[in-house]
Design a protein around this ligand. Structure first.
Ligand SMILES: N[C@@H](CCC(=O)N[C@@H](CS)C(=O)NCC(=O)O)C(=O)O
Length: 202
């Protein structure tokens, strides 16, 4: 069975189990508080979450890779459309959700919660913030007035970007542009999202 390790309330593991919910895949959610227990560190030496295990010796890190893995292994799924233009846009936004959004938020969160008092601001922090805002403005334009980023139904793009917005508005307490904000509200209202969120709330 698919097993996903995550921090309690962790956003990146939510990506993966939310996708499982939307695809109707059975999974086991393993949640723990930060810092991870020693046996987890042995399983995944970087010690970050999420981490996924599955039948056949599958053991992997990186939330976005997990999303693509699940779509490939258990698809085809409308979450990753076959139409080339739609597939390309979905892949772009799924990767952007981490490479141009979530990944840049990590140094911002580290600075906010872990840096000494005299190092809580600076050029790098401003740079990361500006880069994320640029990516969000672009996502806002791509979304336009539509309900979903690509086509007429949910795709991996909605899941990946929406969860990055969760870090931006949650841990980082930042604002998001209005159409993205409405999109996030719609995503959080989905039963699959609600069930996934509950899986990591202990
Ligand atoms: N690119 C990785 C980022 C993983 C990551 O930074 N996870 C955070 C929690 S959401 C974490 O484990 N932070 C604590 C740490 O790195 O020790 C992914 O998408 O899985």
């Amino acid at each position: 069975m698919i097993r996903v390790y995550n921090f309690i309330g962790g956003v990146r593991g939510l990506r993966v189990v939310w996708q499982c919910e939307e695809m109707g895949l059975a999974y086991e959610a393993k949640a723990f508080a930060y810092p991870p227990p020693a046996d987890y560190q042995a399983k995944y030496p970087p010690g970050s979450v999420p981490f996924l295990e599955d039948e056949g010796g599958v053991a992997m890190g990186e939330s976005v890779a997990m999303m693509l893995y699940l779509a490939q292994r258990y698809g085809p799924t409308p979450l990753l459309p076959a139409d080339p233009a739609q597939m390309a846009r979905v892949l772009q936004l799924v990767v952007a959700g981490e490479a141009s959004m979530g990944g840049l938020m990590n140094p911002m969160m580290g600075t906010r919660f872990m840096a000494p008092a005299d190092q809580k601001s600076g050029w790098t922090l401003n740079f990361c913030e500006a880069q994320v805002k640029r990516a969000l403005d672009y996502a806002e334009d791509l979304l336009g007035e539509r309900a979903f980023f690509v086509g007429d139904e949910l795709t991996l793009a909605d899941i990946a970007v929406s969860t990055a917005l969760g870090m931006w508005t949650g841990a980082l307490d930042q604002k998001i542009p209005p159409r993205l904000a409405a999109h996030r509200e719609r995503m959080m209202a989905r039963p699959g999202y609600q069930r996934a969120k509950a899986a990591f709330e202990i």
